[in-house]
Design a protein around this ligand. Structure first.
Ligand SMILES: [Zn+2]
Length: 171
């Protein structure tokens, strides 16, 4: 069948998987509800991005991929996509902030609802890095950052409410 878009080819980015786990472990106040093995990071190997601003995206698994995951009993609930070529050129600091950004989108493992951010970025990241600054070699090391308590608490309260809702629905 003819399609408008070239088929994408993907690879699993093992070093990104390790980074996701490290981030979740390093920021329990933000990510205590995230199971890193339910998040798969894939690098798109062909079809480079149309826009330089597009770095990565996280989405709940759906469609063919969801069916495959269920059939094969994969744990995967979310997929982070990035471009392999770009990923390989990034500094370790940049990679960490990008995965951190994507993880901030996750509301719960059992919902497809996602956190949104302002047009620019999550404000907690803008506060630490400025705008559009991920590739700056002098950016702060994510693993040394402490985020505002207000931000952490607000986020925790919201997520806790969502988790209660989800659990309520299940029992
Ligand atoms: Zn985002």
């Amino acid at each position: 069948m003819k399609r408008g878009r070239k088929e994408l080819t993907y690879e699993v980015l093992d070093n990104a998987q390790i980074l996701v786990k490290k981030i979740v472990d390093s920021f329990p106040d933000l990510f205590w509800y995230i199971q890193p093995d339910k998040i798969m990071v894939l690098g798109i190997q062909n079809d480079p991005p149309k826009s330089k601003n597009w770095i990565a995206r996280i989405s709940p698994i759906s469609g063919v991929f969801k069916a495959l995951a269920e059939k094969n009993k994969w744990l995967t609930k979310f997929v982070i996509e990035t471009y392999s070529m770009d990923w390989n050129e990034m500094s370790e600091k940049e990679k960490a902030w990008i995965m951190f950004h994507e993880l901030l989108h996750v509301v719960a493992m059992k919902t497809t609802k996602m956190f949104k951010h302002d047009v620019l970025d999550f404000s907690c990241i803008v506060k630490k890095l400025g705008v559009n600054n991920y590739s700056n070699p002098d950016i702060t090391d994510l693993f040394g950052v402490k985020f505002d308590e207000d931000f952490v608490n607000q986020r925790r309260d919201y997520i806790q409410k969502q988790l209660e809702k989800i659990e309520g629905k299940q029992s």
